[in-house]
Design a protein around this ligand. Sequence first.
Ligand code: AGP
Length: 616
Amino acid sequence: MCGIVGYVGDKGTVDVLISGLKRQEYRGYDSAGIAVITHDGHISSAKKAGKLQALVDELAVRPVAAGATGIGHTRWATHGAPIDANAHPHLADGGKLALIHNGIIENYAEIRDEMLAAGHEFVSETDTEVAAVLVGHLVNSTGDLRTAFAQAVNRLQGAFTLLALHVDEPGLIVAARHNSPLIVGFGDGENFLGSDVAAFVAHTHRAAAVGQDQIVALTADSVTVTDFAGNPASLEEFEVAWDASASDKGGWPSFMAKEISENPDAVANTTRGRVVDGSVTIPELTELGDDYLRGVSRIIVVACGTASYAGLVGAYAIEQWARIPVDVQLSHEFRYREPVISADTLVVSISQSGETMDTLMAVKYASEHGAKTLSICNTQGATIPRESDAVIYTHAGPEVAVASTKAFVAQITALYLLGLHAARVRGTLDATELARNAAELEAIPAKLEQVLLTGSTVAQLAKWMSDTPAVLFLGRHVGFPIALEGALKLKELAYIHAEGFAAGELKHGPIALIDHGQPVFVIVPSPRKSEVIHAKVISNIQEIRARGARIIAIAEQGDAAVLPYADEVIQIPLADPLFEPFLAVLPLQMFAMELAHAKGLDVDQPRNLAKSVTVE
Ligand code: AGP
């Protein structure tokens, strides 16, 4: 939930730290801070509650001195309110040690009592300061930062990525990870640490993920890795596939606007290389093997939030094409229900960040109980893919805005490719049907470009509705998960009550919510190929309109049946019913963004949220 950065080298350390934090601010923005070992051998640090800009403003008045070794942190608060005193870095050992942390230390209270009994004092409410004081205490007993740090991390329980530096060992940063992400960036005469590659992609594309329960000693020209017991370990280097400009706004008013505009490319880039001559092959699935896929009796999808709604959409396609039952479960519920798992159960995790702790724990549970695991992930080298038997990377590019947009359509793309790949292997679709559906998928980017053209209409609608207190969303079949996603986007971005329903559920209670003027978005199925469901949704619209609802219909071009009953119609291009979700979600993403804009809210960093939820 926090962004961390570490640097040892001869560039301007403060600038490297601040720019690294800026590219990771979406991971948490309750406070920010940096600490540097100065050339004259002391620690110079600054930290401020609020977004990174507050720290930048502070540094303009009280700059942190130059140095070759530094760490930085942008926080999503877990223990202790987001105030200056609780911001990281935390100092210890008389101001000679600085430490930053991402995660939650579950046994901090007992260690805090131990340190108090040893005569130490605390200035914050955080679990992180306890770790800092513990390391400082052990440095004094061992005389060595590496040894002290190793002893400390072996005491800690919970989830943590820790970085620490000490004035007695300038040029060295020690770091460790347990159930929380940490990436190394390899430079020339300089090295980097980050929560993800965004921390240093502007300086190097050479990276490696630190493994579970590993410790890194990083200097300007060396990276040494051991396990928590001190045994040597190694890292697997990879090349970062995107450059820093991809994580810049590029002239857009917000990352949200930029990433919504990238929906077409997210689908195209995820499809590319996996649809060839009308057939679908996902090379990464060779890890599982065709025989295994032919034997799969059930798929369980584990995901959270928007990713879970992508799973709900994908379930329709996979069941229809590959004839495999698909059960979508929220990661944080999955392992506590003692799920029925067998050797022929494939557990598919969906995670944009690849670091969502709930989903990581679900994947580990599935593996421990005999299932094969497949990760659908948008972040190279992330923890969940590394804990899975196979991975299908989506290629949406870095998604910086906290509310997910392009990654969502990329996740659906990956699930559709999985369904078609499995259908080919299992022989449940013939070549003609495979080719037809593959062509539908390849046609989606161009159709999304057409939907983007409705942006000004949607923006006007959002302005009209800027004071609405609540919005409902209705959908049927694959439109139902889109109703859920549309509601989540509005909650996340505009902070208003929004709820998605299966349209057929309305009469079983929710219709009581309908009052005069209540805005209701309705995702209308195609009248051409879903006549029965289309007719039912039209009658649902009539039922709520009769009770005063204000209907905003998302309907395909040429659907005349909806016109008499809708106050607004946002038209989307014709597509096969299973492919409508790609197109129907885009106006809802734009609507949520525009309504948030109209309310003067920060669409990239909504309150209380963080891009990667790395605590359970
Ligand atoms: C998406 O708009 C939300 N920010 C959130 O629901 C997100 O989808 C969820 O936390 C899962 O994140 P992940 O895909 O990185 O695992």
